[in-house]
Each structure stands twice: as C-alpha cells, then as structure tokens.
Design a protein around this ligand. Structure first.
Ligand SMILES: *Cc1c(COP(=O)(O)O)cnc(C)c1O
Length: 321
C-alpha cells in the first residue's frame, strides 16, 4: 500500500461471524465486514466504501496542495454526503455538482452536505451528462477555481487501492478465514474491482448489482484491465436482486431489512447493502453455495440514506443507524 499521512489512517473495521438460519442449515459460514462502523467524519456519511474510495484521493489532493474538492452526484448520493463529510473533517472546501433542478426544500442528504459547508451547484440532466468531458470540467474551474476532481461515485484508480484494503485488513484480522466468496454491492463497480484485484485466486468475488442491466460487467472489466496486472480472476456479476434499480424497492425487501435489524441489530440500507443480504440469503436457500463454503459479505455503509428514504416513502424502515 502507498504510504499515507497519519491523518487518513484508522483502525480496522470489525469483522464478525453472523448466524443466519439459511446459512447454518446449508452448512455455510457467513461473516460480515463492518465498514459501516468506520466513521471518519460528522454523522453517518464518511464511512463504508465511500471512505475507502476517498482515502487515497484525499491524501493525493492534500499532498498536491488542493484546497477544494469537486464532485458529481444525484440528490440522494452517498458519495456526495461522504465528500461533504470529508471536507468538514479534513479542511477542504467542497463543491457538489448535483443532477437536476434545485428542489424547494433540501432532502436530508443535501441538508447534511450543506451543513458540512458543501457548495451545491445544481445542473440540469443534459449538462450533468457532460460530467466526464474536459470542456465542462474547465468551465467549472473557471467558475470555482482550481479543484481536485472526483468522478461521480468516487471510482478511479486511487479508489481501487482503498477498496483492496477491505480484504487485506480482513485477512490480517482473521488469518485463518480463507474466504471462498467475497460479496459486495455494486453501483459503479469500483469497490468490487478492488476486491477482485486483492482476492486470492482460490476465492471468488460476487458483485451484486444495485442497478438494472448488465453494463456493470463491462465497466468492472475495464477497471480491471486498467489497474490489474494479474491474469483473469474469478468473479461474477449477480443481477437478480436490483429490485428495479436505485430507490426502487418491494415490500419483501423492506420486510427483510426490518427483520434483519430486529434479529442482528445491524442496520442495512435499502439501496445497496439490503439488496446484497437479501440476495445472499435467497442464494443460500436455493443451494447456490457448496456446503462448507465461507462467505464474507462487505457492509459498505450507506446508512446516511435511510433518513431520506423514510422521508420519501412514509417511513417503511423501522430503524435508524
Ligand atoms: C456507493 C455504494 C456502493 C457501490 O459502490 P461502487 O464502488 O460504486 O460499486 C455500495 N454500497 C454502498 C453502501 C454505497 O454507498
């Protein structure tokens, strides 16, 4: 791992054995890597994989002398909240370019971002689509001054370095673990790509798509071909548990999440980690995993989104983080 300022160092997040009946009865052991418990800033926002992906970017921004971070996201984005939290914790000014017109009232994610000092810059959907174009970035620089640019969702080569630490850390904590499967929710696929790079060739990464469509397979492969010098690694995209995409849900998912919280005291978010655990449980019941397998599921955080989800849909989730 690259050397990094002590400012960005932290102790490992816990890794815990879970007892879930669907796994016990199939002779499987399941563990959870609690990155939801990494709390690096105010509130719940700077945690999980968003922290892992920001960490080496923040270090790079700091050592290059940047005073500002600029990034892109939707109005409920965990990444926007994390960047805002990072600004408040580590003394960067932050600019969030938000997709869509400014709403009359801000949702909890954007309220938090603004409380952290983030400048919210709303752009319409067609302008937002230019987020990767040099001309558009230059215009933003003319307007806001120099900044360290973080892509939407925070995925870039430095993000992958941070994501790899999830496995490295787990193996240091549990040297005898020998995971057969590393399982993670995927949006841009950056976290999954980092896990695929770090996992031993004997284990397989399962990336659970939170979105409809299988474009993620190509996206993850191109992240791997840009950063991974090893040969092909075993991984699979699981596309059966996206529930229609971001901010879509069905009653059975909500019921599962409330029950999971009741049983284990672990809050899952409805966009990413909830779909991961729902899917894993269904797959264990359906006999997907060979008996005796060890499965590690990564809790990537996302808990800041629960309040906004409840506000939008009439409080279907009976817990807070
Ligand atoms: C953003 C996010 C993901 C998806 O991460 P990617 O690296 O974009 O695939 C998964 N879980 C949570 C909680 C997230 O906030």
């Amino acid at each position: 791992m690259p050397a990094i300022s002590t400012l960005f160092q932290h102790s490992p997040s816990p890794i815990e054995r879970l007892t879930l009946p669907e796994f016990e009865s199939a002779g499987l052991s399941i563990w959870i890597k609690r990155d939801d418990l990494l709390r690096m800033g105010p509130g719940l926002a700077l945690c999980g994989n968003k922290w892992r992906k920001l960490k080496y970017n923040l270090a790079a921004a700091r050592s290059a002398g940047h005073a500002q971070l600029l990034t892109f996201g939707g109005a409920f984005s965990n990444h926007i909240a994390a960047v805002a939290g990072a600004g408040a914790s580590f003394g960067f000014k932050t600019i969030g370019v938000i997709r869509g017109e400014a709403p009359a009232g801000l949702n909890p994610t954007l309220r938090f971002a603004r409380e952290c000092g983030m400048h919210l810059h709303f752009v319409d959907r067609s302008a937002f689509r230019q987020k990767e174009e040099d001309g558009f970035i230059r215009k933003l620089e003319e307007r806001f001054g120099a900044f360290y640019h973080l892509p939407e969702g925070g995925t870039n080569s430095k993000a992958l370095i941070g994501a790899r630490e999830i496995i490295r850390e787990s193996q240091e904590q549990q040297p005898g673990l020998n995971a057969d499967y590393w399982c993670v929710s995927a949006g841009t696929g950056g976290t999954a790509a980092g896990l695929i790079m770090e996992a031993s060739p004997e284990s397989k990464v399962l990336a659970f798509s939170a979105l409809k469509g299988d474009f993620l397979k190509a996206d993850i492969n191109s992240l791997l071909s840009a950063s991974c010098t090893d040969g092909p690694k075993p991984w699979e995209l699981i596309t059966d548990f996206h529930f229609g995409g971001y901010a879509r849900y069905r009653p059975e998912l909500i019921q599962f999440l409330n029950h999971f919280y009741q049983q284990h005291g672990i809050a899952l978010d409805p966009i990413y980690t909830g779909k991961l655990f729902f899917g894993l449980t269904a797959m264990a019941s359906a006999g997907f995993f060979p008996g005796g397998s060890t499965i590690v599921a990564v809790h990537t955080g996302g808990l800041q989104g629960i309040e906004g989800f409840n506000e939008r849909y009439g409080s279907p989730l009976h817990y807070t983080a």
